[in-house]
Design a protein around this ligand. Structure first.
Ligand code: LMR
Length: 360
């Protein structure tokens, strides 16, 4: 009798365990990736957002703010998981990862898009934007919409433009005041044929390199210098391994905030709208914050380090603009005449130093 009861007990325990194991995935609270067949079920959608910079940068903070607002506006139905510092993908493979849906969002800097879509080189033209107002007009006006219009065919949706700041030169060789000061130097460049061509005009060596390898290569002397925003120079501590910084504002570093199009199209309309609202609020805040961060971090570099800082005079800026003028002609066939004309118009509107438009 006793053994009959113990056998019955063991069988019951075994059945209970089997039932629990079988149903475990449904009991788990882990967020699920979006699956339209699950719609109506109580699942949480996950958007993986990968980027390459530090968390305390204009882009890093904007991504976190966007995640916070999406959570709030969707009442926790959507979770944005932010992966900073290139921990998932570097700029070399993040675009592929987005297109294939391995992540749902990225925010590459403009140079990284230009291999796939050459007209994006427009935003990297030297001295393209004389002021922050000109940058905003480009983002929100026809230049921005023309560029976003090209994303559909590569399975992406442009959600917003986020600014970082104007680019400056740093070097270990000597102060960079005139274009001739670059001769013989070896610079790290971002991934762009146009940016590479800009520097090669001055008889120098260039090496294209992912952002997260720059500090090490500046430190060990593989490259002498490069160009970047103050925010990137500060947060990645480039200023600690560089002797000279020139405030040149010779180009603009900004980001296209992109979503995988297949994923976006499958989202229910109410969620799309909440995400768009979150993006709009984030962008307005982020573009103001980026300007403030770059100003504040320049002061911190001044106070914290012995790097020599030189600011180009208006005449010296003019000298650089003239030296880089041939780039506009050389890259017109990639960028498109219409976009170049729009950039020229902005330059005339916002700067007395803008070069005269080429006769057409
Ligand atoms: C760089 O490669 O230096 C920048 O594009 C990094 C970034 O995303 O700001």
């Amino acid at each position: 009798m006793r053994s009959y009861w113990s056998i019955a007990l063991m069988v019951a325990a075994g059945m209970a365990a089997a039932v629990l194991i079988g149903f475990y995935p449904m009991l788990s609270q882990a967020p699920a990736a979006y699956d339209d067949e699950q719609e109506g079920f109580d699942t949480q959608l996950v958007i993986k957002f990968s980027h390459v910079v530090a968390e305390n940068t204009p882009k890093g903070l904007a991504a976190q703010e966007f995640a916070r607002l999406v959570k709030e506006k969707t009442n926790d139905r959507v979770k944005v998981e932010v992966y900073p510092n290139g921990v998932l993908y570097s700029e070399v493979d993040e675009i592929d990862a987005l297109q294939q849906g391995s992540v749902q969002m990225i925010a590459p800097s403009f140079p990284n898009l230009s291999e796939l879509l050459p007209s994006w080189m427009a935003l990297d033209l030297p001295f393209a934007f004389p002021t922050n107002e000109a940058v905003q007009e480009a983002f929100q006006g026809e230049i921005g919409s023309t560029l976003f219009g090209q994303l559909e065919r590569v399975n992406m949706v442009g959600m917003a433009f986020w600014g970082n700041g104007f680019k400056q030169f740093t070097s270990n060789i000597g102060p960079i005041v005139h274009p001739s000061d670059l001769r013989g130097q070896h610079f790290r460049t971002m991934r762009s044929k146009l940016l590479d061509a800009e520097f090669r005009l001055f008889d120098m060596r260039t090496t294209e390199m992912p952002f997260n390898q720059v500090y090490r290569n500046l430190e060990n002397g593989t490259v002498d210098g490069g160009e970047n925003s103050i925010s990137n120079i500060y947060t990645k501590k480039f200023y600690q391994v560089q002797k000279y910084l020139t405030i040149s504002n010779h180009g603009y570093l900004g980001y296209a905030v992109l979503m995988n199009r297949t994923f976006w199209k499958k989202l229910p309309a109410d969620i799309q709208q909440q995400i768009e609202e979150a993006m709009e609020e984030t962008t307005e805040w982020a573009n103001q914050n980026a300007i403030l961060m770059n100003q504040k971090q320049l002061e911190e570099i001044r106070n914290e380090s012995r790097i020599q800082i030189y600011t180009l005079s208006p005449e010296e800026r003019k000298e650089w603009m003239n030296a880089w003028e041939p780039i506009y002609t050389q890259y017109e066939s990639y960028i498109g005449t219409e976009l170049i004309k729009k950039i020229r118009k902005l330059q005339q509107k916002y700067s007395e130093y803008a070069p005269a438009p080429a006769a057409s």
